[in-house]
Write a protein that binds this ligand. Structure first.
Ligand SMILES: *Cc1c(COP(=O)(O)O)cnc(C)c1O
Length: 367
């Protein structure tokens, strides 16, 4: 049988009884929007991350959008972020009429280089959005410090890092606002689109709750222009079941990552992930770097081993961001990494045999 990039079917089989029962309960109650499943999930998410407020919403993209809306970001504002991320991070900035100001990444972690942020700050800068790429947090202490010095807010794009820790604290609970995604292939995924927003700030929390429900503060009373950004109850039900098994899954992810690290250690042409000592990764992706990526991907594919590229083009080179006026060469590290990066199959359900096959294939290619 071919190897899965992420084995969501095996995961469903593992929790099928619980998940089916929870989904049926929602169907029988007919409370599809709001209700006890949403409240229970939010409570569990708040306990898990330590954030005072956890707000379920419709996707990671909408979580980021709602966070920026709550901070009042719009035309004339600048938001600093990384060009080496999924487009949603910068898309929401542009969507609100604000301007993305990119700062290049660190060569080892692929996260925004905190040392380069201050030079990008202008009097228009309002927010910094670090991304915890592949499941490892950025240098949040340094980023929070530079933000505090200049009176800026920090939104952690934790769409790939739910469950990760940084100096003993959980991702999503490290800055003004944390945003995560429950897209099916994320470390904690639902069965459709979903996301959550986290904060300690009571006022921001209240505002985001209104914004995701059409800006409504009482039925048919609208304080703000908002969106329909709600999570639905079936997704909340699925997530509540999966959250119970999540720490066990994270342990498996880390074991699998360690096995890749050990197995690929002797491959001279393969750079394995670098995780800083004061944090851990949830390995949303296990991404390696190889010089001859297309050949490696083709050779692995020929042996039934799927790979993916996260991400093949830095955002400043995307056509959609042409109005920002960046050009090739502006962010050399992001550009170089985007040409070499490649993700290997990763899920808590990746079998030992399959993984050995993947490691052996890479070793054979790089002998
Ligand atoms: C997945 C992802 C998003 C968007 O999440 P959706 O739930 O798909 O909207 C945003 N940022 C990053 C870094 C992501 O990986």
């Amino acid at each position: 049988m071919a190897i899965n990039f992420i084995d969501l079917q095996a995961q469903y089989r593992a929790y099928k009884e619980e998940i089916d029962r929870e989904i049926l309960e929602v169907c029988e109650s007919a409370q599809f929007i709001g209700g006890p499943k949403i409240a229970a999930l939010e409570n569990a998410l708040s306990l898990y991350t330590g954030a005072a407020h956890a707000i379920a919403c419709s996707s990671g993209t909408d979580a980021l959008l709602l966070a920026l809306m709550a901070l009042g970001i719009g035309s004339g504002d600048e938001v600093i972020t990384t060009p080496f991320t999924f487009i949603a991070t910068a898309e929401v900035i542009a969507f609100l009429g604000a301007k993305s100001v990119f700062v290049d990444i660190e060569e080892k972690t692929y996260n925004i280089d905190a040392h380069k942020i201050e030079a990008a700050i202008t009097e228009r800068t309002k927010v910094i959005i670090p991304v915890a790429l592949y499941g490892q947090c950025a240098d949040m202490d340094a980023i929070n410090a530079v933000a505090a010095k200049h009176g800026l807010s920090v939104i952690e794009d934790a769409c790939q890092s739910f469950g990760a820790t940084y100096k003993g604290k959980k991702s999503c609970n490290l800055s003004t606002i944390g945003c995560t995604s429950f897209f099916p292939s994320k470390p904690l995924g639902c069965y459709g689109d979903g996301g959550a927003i986290f904060t300690h700030d009571d006022e921001l929390a209240q505002k985001m709750r209104m914004l995701l429900n059409h800006g409504q503060n009482a039925r048919y009373k609208h304080r703000y222009i908002g969106i329909n950004g709600r999570l639905d109850a079936i997704q909340a039900a699925v997530l509540s079941v999966k959250l119970k098994h999540f720490d066990h899954e994270l342990a498996l992810r880390q074991k699998i990552a360690a096995r890749y690290d050990d197995g690929l250690f002797t491959c001279n042409n393969v750079a394995t992930p670098y995780i800083k000592a004061d944090r851990d990764s949830v390995y949303a992706q296990y991404s390696i770097r190889v010089k001859d990526r297309d050949n490696v991907a083709a050779a692995l594919s020929a042996r039934g081993i799927p790979t993916a590229v996260h991400y093949p083009m830095a955002l400043h080179l995307q056509e959609a961001f042409a109005p920002l006026g960046y050009k090739a060469g502006d962010f050399p590290i992001s550009e170089k990494i985007s040409e070499e990066i490649m993700s290997l199959p990763m899920s808590p359900f990746l079998s030992h045999d399959d993984q050995e096959q993947i490691i052996a294939a890479l070793k054979a290619l790089h002998a």
